[in-house]
Design a binder for this molecule. Structure first.
Ligand code: SAH
Length: 248
């Protein structure tokens, strides 16, 4: 059985929810599954009586809900980020479903400072491409092609249920390790560093620099470097910059 304190390492983030009723129903959904961390990014109305009404016995979750102005602030210390969406994008993000979610979550929970964030999008328009690209992976809940998008709180119910099954399963024992996870902010610095070096060596295709940049971002997010690996990559890039500057 996985220690219940490890459940504190999971947080559910709603990006710009517009219906307070959905926020309340989401609080209830996560509490039903034994989780308690709900965050909101720029909600239309919060706190709101409708949210408390729909949360029923989960009002304590709403009392402790953190509200952020921007997604970057909300994700600052996150070490593994999932973006939920029914839609695949023009540059598809690495997809995870309940079958292949287990290994990566268990591994992350074993890292010292891990914090796993699961993002949910707006009721009307979901997560933007830019928001999804902040994530390591996309989770798509299987649904019918003719009407694939679920109600926000229903999507949260399904994901939190899947996580509860994973946490309750006694087959999976988490090995606590000394590995330190890298945070979203540190990964962001690495991506910017790669970008700078690529510009210096004229790597970018002038016709389509954004495509390459997005694919590099996808590659780095997908491999989910720990802090030491990230440090090696940064050191390597700095050495390249040093050599380039010597040549000038
Ligand atoms: N119309 C929006 C969908 C909004 S549904 C769009 O086209 O993207 C609100 C949120 O619920 C989504 O942003 C996503 O976080 C979640 N969601 C809904 N259906 C989902 C599915 N099939 N798989 C994963 N997440 C889903």
């Amino acid at each position: 059985m996985i220690e219940s304190s490890l459940k504190n390492k999971i947080e559910f983030i709603l990006v710009e929810p517009s219906h307070p009723g959905n926020v309340g129903a989401s609080a209830r959904a996560i509490k039903n599954m034994g989780f308690d961390k709900l965050c909101l990014v720029n909600p239309k109305s919060f706190p709101d009586n409708e949210a408390f009404f729909r949360a029923k016995g989960a009002s304590n979750i709403l009392d402790n809900t953190k509200v952020f102005k921007t997604l970057d602030e909300a994700l600052k210390d996150s070490t593994l980020i999932f973006g939920t969406s029914a839609r695949e994008r023009s540059i598809p993000w690495p997809l995870r479903d309940s079958d292949n979610l287990t290994d990566i979550i268990l591994k992350e929970l074993g890292k010292r400072n891990s914090k796993i964030s699961i993002l949910f999008g707006r009721e009307e328009s979901g997560l933007s491409n830019e928001e999804l690209q902040k994530c390591n992976y996309q989770i798509k809940i299987p649904s019918d092609d003719s009407y694939s998008s679920l109600n926000l709180s229903h999507a949260i119910q399904i994901i939190s249920y899947e996580l509860k099954i994973l946490f309750d399963s006694s087959e999976h024992i988490i090995k606590q390790t000394d590995v330190e996870a890298s945070t979203e902010k540190e990964v962001d610095f690495l991506i910017k560093h790669i970008d700078e070096v690529m510009k210096q060596i004229d790597f970018y295709d002038k016709e389509n620099p954004k495509q390459v940049h997005t694919r590099i971002k996808k590659l780095i997010k997908k491999i989910n470097l720990d802090k030491m690996e990230l440090g090696i990559a940064r050191g390597f890039l700095s050495k390249i910059e040093e050599m380039l500057n010597k040549k000038d």
